[in-house]
Design a protein around this ligand. Structure first.
Ligand code: AMP
Length: 464
């Protein structure tokens, strides 16, 4: 709690200097996860659930003018679909007061407004009549919402008019929340894919990439909030933990030949332009814990390094001599998605898989696409994906057919929602959800969901 508040206060101070917010509330798409008890009798749940429940946290949020506009019953409701609907409804009811729109990860912001596109008329009906939709069945949520929801036909008409006047939902967020100053959430790393859609909904509202941390502990604050998320860096808070950094570049010839991992260096010994894996020692009781993230040092804020998040360390895609990370996959998907943009379509979500059941093995990329796209364009996207993996190992293995042609499988609409529902069913929290960017052979359920929903499939001809 203490370190969470410390980093929230720090980044808020920097943010508020450039983007001051007035008296009001925040529309926060936050959700509690199921809690369980360990054998020893301790409460267990996701890190964010623990934070949102705390009264200290609530008091601090109020002090930062960022109090969540939804009641606790909505945040901690047992069904996230119902919670999301009510978050949206609360946002609309308090629309004039909303100062910022937040979720932990950008994925849930996009998810929320995609849902809004589907339920906005129902939300308007609820506001008009002052009666909550019958889709909300949880008694505690109904009771809490009945205290807020009153018949307001003028507000319902206004929202209806605003939504009807939008072109393809461009600029939806500032239309709904006229006093919102910015959107906030983690928008870097695996969340970058959602930026395009987020910008579409945000119109001219700035996007503020939130801090860098993990359930295991916080690392750095965004002290340059006016930079676009693509350029966001995080200044390490030196007193929030003890940090060491493993250089990613193998140093001398000997260590290269023997593949010995270089020795970790301290916070003040890192070099600008170099990439490192982070090791954390902190008050949570972790001792020299490898977080698994790779970061790049972009500069220094006073004497503390400013880090750019690069990727998870684990390689995502590898068959033999090829090495492709999450970032490589994202770049390749971004490149190919440009061909879709020409058709006014977009990649809703994506993941990947290494298929070793064929000989040679090959990469499979799963795409969910927003609308209909003809075969020729998708075929070209498939070739483009294959060509865009520029790792020397991949290219040379493809050339000699030691890796087979990349396969693009276009899945049916709603497939990624099914994957999300699957994880939530296992007790994951929507607040911390990240689409897995690679599905391994042991993840049978997700692989099954993907394979049961294949609409079309294409093999690359990029290498002849
Ligand atoms: P969790 O374990 O759910 O708390 O997620 C923590 C992981 O999310 C980190 O190890 C990172 O891989 C990723 N993450 C957290 N903050 C950021 C950020 N600001 N930018 C990019 N990735 C992040």
């Amino acid at each position: 709690m203490e370190t969470t508040l410390q980093i929230f206060r720090t980044s808020y101070a920097f943010r508020n200097r450039e983007f001051p917010i007035g008296k009001g509330k925040a529309l926060q798409f936050i959700y509690g996860s199921k809690q369980s008890k360990t054998k020893g009798g301790l409460n267990a749940g996701t890190a964010t659930t623990n934070v949102y429940r705390s009264s200290t946290f609530k008091a601090e949020m109020k002090a930062m003018q960022s109090q969540c506009c939804s009641p606790d019953e909505v945040i901690f409701g047992p069904d996230f679909h119902q919670s999301l609907y009510c978050h949206l409804l609360c946002g609309l009811i308090f629309r004039e007061e909303i100062q910022l729109v937040f979720s932990t990860f950008a994925h849930s912001l996009v998810h929320a407004f995609r849902t809004f596109e589907l339920v906005w008329e129902e939300l308007c009906d609820d506001i008009r009549e002052g009666v909550l939709s019958s889709r909300i069945t949880v008694p505690s949520i109904r009771a809490a919402m009945s205290k807020i929801l009153k018949p307001n036909p003028e507000l319902a008409d206004l929202i209806h008019k605003k939504c009807s006047g939008l072109s393809n939902w461009y600029g939806l967020i500032p239309e709904l929340f006229p006093n919102a100053k910015y959107l906030s959430g983690i928008m870097t790393g695996s969340m970058e894919h959602y930026l395009k859609k987020l910008r579409h909904y945000a119109g001219d509202l700035p996007l503020m990439s939130a801090d860098y941390g993990s359930s295991e502990g916080w690392i750095g604050a965004n002290v340059n909030p006016s930079l676009p998320p693509e350029l966001a860096t995080f200044a390490v808070l030196p007193n929030i933990g003890y940090f060491e950094f493993i250089p990613q570049r193998l140093g001398n010839l000997e260590s290269q030949v023997l593949c010995i991992e270089p020795k970790p260096v301290g916070l003040t010994e890192v070099k600008v332009g170099e990439e490192y894996e982070i090791i954390v020692t902190n008050v949570a009781g972790l001792y020299r814990y490898r977080l698994g993230d790779v970061v790049k040092v972009m500069g220094f804020h006073n004497s503390t390094p400013e880090l750019k998040f690069i990727c998870r360390r684990n390689l995502l895609l590898t068959i033999n001599i090829d090495k492709n990370t999450e970032k490589d996959l994202q770049l390749s998907v971004d490149e190919a998605a440009q061909l879709l943009a020409e058709e006014k379509q977009e990649v809703v979500d994506f993941t990947s898989h290494v298929d070793l059941s064929t000989d040679p093995g090959h990469y499979v990329i799963f795409w969910e696409v927003s609308g209909e796209v003809n075969d020729e364009v998708l075929k070209e996207c498939c070739n483009c994906l294959d060509r865009s993996f520029v790792d020397a190992g991949y290219v040379s293995a493809r050339k000699v057919n030691a890796i087979g042609p990349l396969e693009l499988r276009v899945v049916l609409k709603g497939t990624f929602q099914q994957i999300l529902d699957h994880y939530l069913g296992l007790g994951a929290a929507l607040s911390q959800f990240k689409t897995p960017r690679c599905v391994g052979p042991t993840n049978k359920t997700v692989l099954q969901i993907l394979c049961n929903n294949i609409g079309k499939s294409y093999f690359s001809t990029a290498y002849g």
